[in-house]
Design a protein around this ligand. Structure first.
Ligand SMILES: *Cc1c(COP(=O)(O)O)cnc(C)c1O
Length: 376
């Protein structure tokens, strides 16, 4: 395929989490919400479908922006809507990053950032979390070929964009707001705080956007609003930035049905609060039991936990496979040079308890399998 740009041929492409065909498997692998979305969302979408499909939707998703403006006490021009927050991340990368320039990201974190940089023909600088999931101070400095993580040549290419998921995936941990503000002050480019999971966390960075012109917050309705199938995300940024970003998006990047559904979801905060209570309760069960079973589990601020067994002989891969054979999908993650572990999404209480029982069985019953690689 010689027609294809070399940057595209060189890249692996983002691989989404497994989506099993039937409905048999319990999916605890992609951090979807296990509960049904608000009935108000379904009603709004039915109505939008009946009245509006022959017309183009509002190009900026204005009804959603108005709902978001009320929720965050801002004006609608601080918001940009996207076809999922992945679309928002694409728009950001295309707006700020050109070929040969540099994108920085925390690592391990969301793998899509790297693919987006590669599509632009940009270089990536992955800055590692420390063992306790804090970040080194140079995360907030201009690109420097001499920093310990940097694979850069001298001189370093210009740093154009920085991605930081907060809470992070797979760890569920957070970087404190004061440190994020400090990073933004010393960075020469926008800092995107990806708040896909902020609805489950005790704090968020929207206030920082108001006072820091280079902080951009991204959000999604996929997780906390049970709408991963709808594809709706948004960003919060200074209106001057939103104005420029709007030039880069597809002209009608959100459809009439999703705008109606997302708007109804955001306006139903009572539903979100109820849902949050259940997720937090189930997360506590998951965290506590996994710790009892011998896993190191950082306190999670999201709707999943990151689990690494204390016993180095325990194979995370074998546990993942055991769970899969019994109809439970969790995410097995293996980061080069970092290590592996299991990321488990918070399910319903019933799913969570069943998954925990299977993990316990895997640790007992599959012991020969679990330790096989050690006995050769
Ligand atoms: C799930 C996720 C997203 C993408 O959300 P969509 O709105 O479904 O595209 C973005 N960032 C992180 C860190 C995520 O985990």
């Amino acid at each position: 395929m010689d027609f294809v740009r070399p940057e595209i041929k060189a890249m692996g492409g983002y691989v989404p989490g497994e989506q099993p065909k039937g409905n048999e498997a319990v999916k605890l692998n992609t951090n979807e919400n296990p509960y049904r979305a608000s009935e108000k969302v379904y009603a709004a979408m039915r109505q939008a479908g009946e009245v509006g499909l022959s017309r183009y939707p509002n190009a900026m998703g204005q009804p959603f922006r108005e709902a978001a403006a009320e929720l965050f006490d801002l004006t609608p021009d601080w918001f940009l809507c996207g076809n999922g927050s992945d679309d928002i991340l694409t728009i950001l990368t295309r707006t700020f990053v050109g070929a040969g320039e540099l994108v920085r990201m925390a690592c391990p974190s969301y793998i899509l950032y790297k693919s987006l940089a590669e599509i632009q023909g940009a270089a990536c600088e992955e800055i590692r979390f420390r063992d306790d999931w804090t970040l080194p101070p140079y995360f907030g400095l201009p690109a420097d070929a001499s920093s310990p993580d940097s694979p850069l040549r001298t001189p370093a290419p210009p740093l154009r964009l920085v991605f930081l998921p907060n809470p992070n995936s797979p760890s569920g941990t957070m970087i404190p707001q004061e440190q994020i503000a400090a990073f933004a002050k010393t960075l020469p480019c926008p800092l995107v705080v990806d708040e896909a999971y902020a609805d489950f966390a005790p704090s968020h960075c929207v206030e920082l956007v108001k006072s820091n012109p280079n902080i951009i917050v991204t959000r999604t309705l996929s997780k906390a609003y049970s709408l991963a199938g709808l594809r709706f995300g948004y960003l919060i940024a200074h209106p001057d930035l939103v104005y420029e970003l709007a030039k880069v998006k597809d002209s009608y990047n959100c459809d009439a049905v999703s705008i109606a559904g997302a708007t109804a979801a955001l306006r139903d905060q009572a539903w979100r609060q109820e849902n949050l209570k259940k997720i937090l309760a189930n997360r506590a069960v998951l965290t506590q039991r996994m710790r009892e079973l011998g896993f190191l589990v950082p306190d999670s601020c999201a709707n999943f936990t990151w689990n690494v067994h204390r016993d180095k002989n325990v194979s995370h891969k074998a546990i993942y496979e055991f769970l899969k054979r019994h109809g439970y999908l969790v995410r097995y993650m293996n980061y080069a040079g970092w290590g592996d572990g299991l990321r488990i999404s918070v399910g319903t209480e019933e799913q969570t308890r069943a998954c925990l029982a299977l993990v316990e069985r895997a640790l007992n019953e599959t012991e020969p399998v679990v330790t096989a690689h050690n006995k050769q």
